[in-house]
Design a protein around this ligand. Structure first.
Ligand code: COI
Length: 369
């Protein structure tokens, strides 16, 4: 069975990004375009079918291209999963991560669905800590900024038969991040995908795998053409139940203070931010309903004024107000709507916990540096 390696070898970069370049990047990090000097790599070989295998050679290497055999299974059959979480700079200079155990758990749920090996939680946490320690200077300290951590696992075995790969790489890269949508937080418009689904029953919707995001792109293109920043997918088989956006969960705020979010049906990604918002809302005495929520209910609630706010959430998006839902047939939501009060309040509280400016009542933070 799996043997847990304990120490990471350090092969440090001989050519790190110059201080002045890094400083310029950190002044306006954007999202997902610049990467730190190092990355984590851990190899696995074994046989998931037999439940045998071993993680080996955990290491920090200079950030750089991967060498892959052109027959690597990931390139042909998409056997890949990933995670997204962040490291936050606190006022005293320390660096913390948020609910990394939940990401480790989800990585392993995704691994089981994609027939990839599970990674011991301790190794996942050690990998994050090792990378953030060597690239600590890359953690920004501006408002709403963080170091985005992207763990991922790919099937590297060169074999064209369709079966779970027997060689796998787990890696973590890191990228300084500001607002996912760029600029200050403002409501985003969402395109309603009528022709495309993101996931189906028995599919991979609940797993964080690249294929789900690839499947969302054609709908996202439609959205781009209509000036929308994200795309909303529905479950047509459940009476146009609202599912999730291309890369984010959604919540609806009601005038009586209730929050409603689509229940987890197996086709929706279980967001760590989603779960945290549910807890924080309950802590403030708000009632939260996880249930089927349909497009009709959204339309009627908006028209009647009983749904007062909608927002998107995810590690990358944090909490982002939704302005309007746009489709070829209709628009739900008001043009020029301002960010909702409840939305911005929960966003503020979440960010304050993450950045150490508010108490962490649930012990969600783990110190990395
Ligand atoms: C995240 O929020 O971390 C995600 O993985 C979604 C991203 C692909 C936009």
């Amino acid at each position: 069975m799996t043997t847990e390696p304990t120490t990471f070898a350090h092969h440090l970069s001989q050519d790190p990004v110059p201080d002045e370049v890094r400083t310029a990047v950190l002044a306006d990090p954007g999202f997902g375009t610049t990467f730190t000097d190092h990355m984590v790599k851990i190899d696995w070989s074994g046989d998931v079918v037999r439940g045998t295998g071993r993680w080996s050679d955990p290491r920090i290497e200079p950030y750089g291209p991967l060498v892959l055999d052109p027959a690597a299974a990931v390139l042909h059959y998409g056997q890949e999963i990933f995670e997204g979480l962040k490291a936050y700079r606190h006022a005293d200079g320390s660096v913390w991560t948020f609910r990394a155990d939940a990401n480790a758990d989800r990585l392993n749920r995704s691994a089981r669905r994609l027939a990839l090996p599970e990674l011991p939680e301790q190794l996942f946490l050690d990998a994050l800590r090792e990378l953030v320690r060597v690239d600590e200077q890359w953690v920004p300290d501006g408002d709403g900024e963080s170091l985005y951590l992207r763990p991922f696992m790919i099937a590297t075995e060169a074999f064209l038969g369709v079966r779970p790969a027997r060689e796998v790489l787990f890696s973590v890269i890191a990228s300084p991040a500001g607002n996912y949508f760029g600029g200050p937080v403002k409501p985003v418009d969402i395109w309603l995908s009528r022709d495309y689904a993101r996931a189906g029953r028995g599919g991979t919707g609940a797993a964080k795998c690249g294929g789900n995001y690839a499947a969302s792109l054609v709908a996202q293109l439609e959205g781009d053409a209509h000036g929308c920043q994200q795309v909303m997918f529905l479950d047509r088989d459940r009476g146009d139940a609202v599912e999730e956006l291309g890369g984010m969960n959604v919540f609806f705020v009601h005038e009586d203070g209730r929050l409603v979010t689509p229940e987890l049906t197996g086709t929706i990604l279980e967001g760590v931010t989603r779960r945290s918002i549910i807890q924080l809302a309950k802590d403030r005495g708000l009632s939260v309903e996880e249930r089927r929520f349909t497009l009709d209910e959204w339309r009627e609630g908006w028209r009647a004024g009983t749904i007062t706010e909608a927002f998107a959430c995810g590690t990358a998006a944090v909490i982002t107000p939704i302005g309007r839902l746009v489709s070829a047939e209709e628009v739900i939501g008001d043009e020029g709507a301002r960010p909702g009060e409840v939305t911005m309040d929960i966003r503020k509280q979440l960010l304050e916990i993450q950045t150490g400016r508010a108490e962490d009542p649930h012990g969600w933070l783990t110190r990395l540096v």
